[in-house]
Design a protein. Sequence first.
Length: 244
Amino acid sequence: MPSDVGRRTDTDFARLASYARHLNADVVALEEIDGPQVAARVFPPERYQLILTPDAIVQRTGIAVRRGIGVTVNAELSALNTYGNDAPHPLRGGLDVTLTEGRARLRVLVVHLKTGCWDQPLSQRAHSCPTLLQQFRIIDDWALERQDEGEAFAILGDFNRRLTEHDPMMAMLDADAPMMLTTAGYASPCWGGEYFIDHILLGNAARTWLEPSSLRVMIYRESPDIRSALSDHCPVSVRLDLPV
């Protein structure tokens, strides 16, 4: 592993697995995962189906889906790696899956976007903004396809952007394929309080499935001194009431 990637101990994994059990989620987007064996230490395979992107990098995106929910893996949104696979530090592709339960179908895109352009204007040429804007345009194209096909969809993960309903990145997405930003109007209590950069966006029929006031952020009991051993992100969740 790269020298800047910390190694977790058995105790660290046990803590994370305990939080995952308490979260008790049907679907969990995963970021910076070093392979299925590592994910299985937190989300046991007898309970969860684990899918990761095929990216040839250490820290990949993935998803854990409770067994009993149908999962179809679609082609990776590899275009999000705008640097290309031969770059010294390639970007992550997007994991694209379709979930089915009963009559309900939900298309899900899990993303981990370029860091460094948290709230700067789109005209900013520094702070990674041109790259992030390019990635948002790729997501916009993906959402337009879902709009044309009439698919309920969700886009979730680490956007590395402090999205609000008035942010120009969000406005661009919403103009082409209307979406609900479930974190809009809230701040995150994670590690003492911060702006959201992890978001859940809902489109098409999925916007009507959101249970009101269901946004939750799971915070850690441990001292901030060990945040690198747990995660610098806190789980963000909503509840969806799917049609039966």
